[in-house]
Design a protein around this ligand. Structure first.
Ligand SMILES: Nc1ncnc2c1ncn2[C@@H]1O[C@H](COP(=O)(O)OP(=O)(O)O)[C@@H](O)[C@H]1O
Ligand SMILES: [Mg+2]
Length: 310
């Protein structure tokens, strides 16, 4: 059974086509990174999945049940956790009181509320008012709230926006523990570097259209951007000869006397590494696949080009 399934989904707001024919199936237990610029349709997709709004056409299934906005059975509601883009919490309440409030709605035990506050590292400040919390602490409280009742689906809308690097790292650690608990997670972000190593699959939205889906490896293979081979060593003495050897495999960028980068077609990668490993005075060789950022830029410009030509 798919955790989430969207079939031929369109969503129109007046003149804006926010989602244009979305077909997406997310297996249970998968962590999906939903990426796209502002206005791409990420939040709209989430609201549809959550049953907060209805599609203009198409159908949506969540944990095997067809979505009918405003008619979510309680049993389904408690299986879904949602961390909205903007977490609005009552500043006058303490962390514990916020959890008690939402926890009662989901019929969870006191024990679990306490345990979740510990899990997100808010145990020590559970009795402090939320208005004294930092942005990172509020976000973690939002996550604890979303985890009430052990959801099987967790939807997080740009959860790390505005977090400092340390708070973001703490957040990633919590997500990592959830990954091992087989929760289906959809996580949207426009920070591609945080997504690429932390999700199972990626879905790219551009102006309401899903223009790429799959694992990083699948997307890399399909797009076939070159890899970067980085050589370190003492190349000064060999100079031109080394450069010429490198140039046989791709575009060479001499960073300085000790570092050379070569952009090599993926298909030539192994041959290149084998040959370049023989260069005298080489001390290190690294192969770096194209980043999600590079893939995204490529996909977007290809899409824009084909839209222009159409
Ligand atoms: N309630 C709404 N009324 C009108 N337009 C909307 C509404 N919600 C979203 N939109 C429009 O739909 C498009 C997608 O928005 P959104 O889903 O919020 O994108 P994202 O979350 O990727 O930034 C945007 O053009 C946005 O202006
Ligand atoms: Mg949004």
């Amino acid at each position: 059974m798919a955790g989430v399934e969207l079939i031929d989904v369109h969503k129109k707001f007046a003149e804006t086509l926010a989602l244009d024919n979305i077909n997406l199936s997310i297996p249970e237990g998968l962590v999906l990174g939903l990426i796209g610029h502002n206005g791409a349709g990420k939040s709209t997709l989430f609201k549809l999945v959550l049953g907060l709004i209805a599609p203009t056409s198409g159908s949506i299934r969540v944990l095997g049940q067809v979505r009918e906005p405003g008619r979510t059975p309680y049993e389904l509601q408690v299986q879904i956790g949602y961390l909205p883009e903007v977490v609005v919490l009552y500043g006058q309440l303490t962390g514990r009181e916020v959890m008690d409030y939402f926890g009662r709605l989901k019929g969870t035990s006191r024990g679990q509320r306490k345990q979740l506050l510990e899990k997100v590292g808010l145990g020590p400040v559970a009795n402090k008012k939320v208005k004294t919390y930092s942005r990172g602490m509020r976000q973690r409280l939002g996550l604890a709230q979303a985890l009430l009742g052990n959801p099987r689906l967790l939807v997080m809308d740009e959860p790390t926006t505005g977090l400092d690097p340390i708070a973001a790292e703490e957040f990633y650690d919590i997500i990592d523990t959830l990954r091992s608990e087989d929760v289906t997670i959809i996580w949207s972000s426009h920070v591609l570097s945080e997504i690429e190593s932390r999700v199972d699959e990626v879905a790219v939205l551009l102006q309401g259209r899903l223009i790429a889906t799959g694992t990083m490896d699948q997307i890399r293979q399909r797009i076939g951007l070159p890899v970067t081979i980085r050589l370190s060593g003492r190349f000064e003495s060999v100079g031109e000869q080394v450069k010429a050897e490198c140039a046989r495999y791709g575009d060479v960028d001499v960073k300085d006397a000790d570092h050379i980068e070569i952009r090599v077609a993926d298909a030539k990668k192994i041959k290149a590494v084998a040959a370049l490993a023989g260069i005298p005075s080489l001390t290190d060789i690294q192969v770096e696949p194209p980043s999600l950022e590079a893939l995204y830029d490529h996909i977007v410009s290809e899409q824009n080009r084909s839209d222009r030509d159409a």
